[in-house]
Design a protein around this ligand. Structure first.
Ligand SMILES: CC(C)(COP(=O)(O)OP(=O)(O)OC[C@H]1O[C@@H](n2cnc3c(N)ncnc32)[C@H](O)[C@@H]1OP(=O)(O)O)[C@@H](O)C(=O)NCCC(=O)NCCS
Length: 218
């Protein structure tokens, strides 16, 4: 009984959105159905949200890489799925908040079209003036310090200044921490993506017209 009460899922029941997240977890266990929430955010410039001493690192081009210290690239690389150079080679970018030489929180942005391997090999087409966010990650030692929120605000502002309009993302519906992060910043639910627990793409439900998800040969 104590093991049950201490189970991470049960502990999360006390958090905002916990019961809903538990429902999706049970759905996954009982029906082998993996549900992802699609999110959308109209982009606007709300400033950098960086505290003093903290900077927003933006890696878009080969030249950005040559100016970025190896120590930072070493911290970022393992949480990009394929490594920083490959992300850039695919047309993606990395945004990260850096303080005292430490990467606090980071994410990947793709403009126009994004490749994702979660839950399986997919391409998310969002149109030339929109973006897709993935691989949001805060180092465990920095979690619950507001770093993901600051990063998302600064990244959205940077994209808005570039003239981009809407950013989309997809988050596993059981990932309460991530769902709460997006909701607390005003991201809107923009449909659902369904997959089998084995990683077979089943389709989207109620997805905004600007977002088209296509199966990709791995
Ligand atoms: C999701 C993640 C990026 C959040 O990073 P973070 O820097 O700790 O987030 P923040 O401190 O900015 O908190 C943002 C919001 O997330 C929610 N949140 C964060 N940790 C939470 C927890 N343990 N339980 C419930 N909600 C939580 C809260 O709503 C919080 O806002 P609040 O503190 O104002 O209530 C981080 O937990 C992480 O890296 N997880 C592993 C990777 C992952 O799952 N990435 C998402 C894939 S899309």
């Amino acid at each position: 009984m104590r093991a049950l009460l201490n189970h991470e899922r049960v502990a999360l029941l006390r958090e905002r959105g916990g019961p809903r997240s538990l429902g999706f977890w049970l759905l996954r266990k009982a029906l082998a159905l993996d549900v992802y929430t699609l999110f959308a955010l109209p982009l606007r410039d709300a400033g950098t949200a960086c505290p003093p001493g903290c900077t927003l690192l933006r890696l878009v081009s080969e030249e950005d890489l040559t100016h970025c210290p190896d120590a930072l690239l070493d911290q970022i690389g393992p949480h990009t799925g394929i490594g920083v150079r490959k992300v850039l080679a695919q047309g993606g970018r990395i945004y990260a908040l850096v303080e005292d030489g430490k990467v606090r929180s980071q994410t990947r942005i793709d403009v126009g079209s994004a490749r994702t391997d979660t839950p399986c090999a997919l391409t998310c087409e969002v149109g030339a003036r929109n973006a897709f966010l993935s691989f949001l990650y805060t180092h465990p030692a920095s979690r619950r310090g507001g770093w993901a929120k600051k990063l998302l605000v600064a990244t959205a502002s940077s994209m808005a200044r570039e003239g981009l309009q809407t950013c989309f993302s997809h988050v596993q519906a059981t990932n309460l921490r991530s769902i709460n992060t997006f909701l607390s910043l005003g991201w809107q639910r923009a449909g659902w993506l369904l997959a089998s627990r084995g990683g077979r793409y089943l389709g989207t439900v109620g997805a905004q017209r600007a977002l088209r998800v296509l199966r990709r040969r791995a």
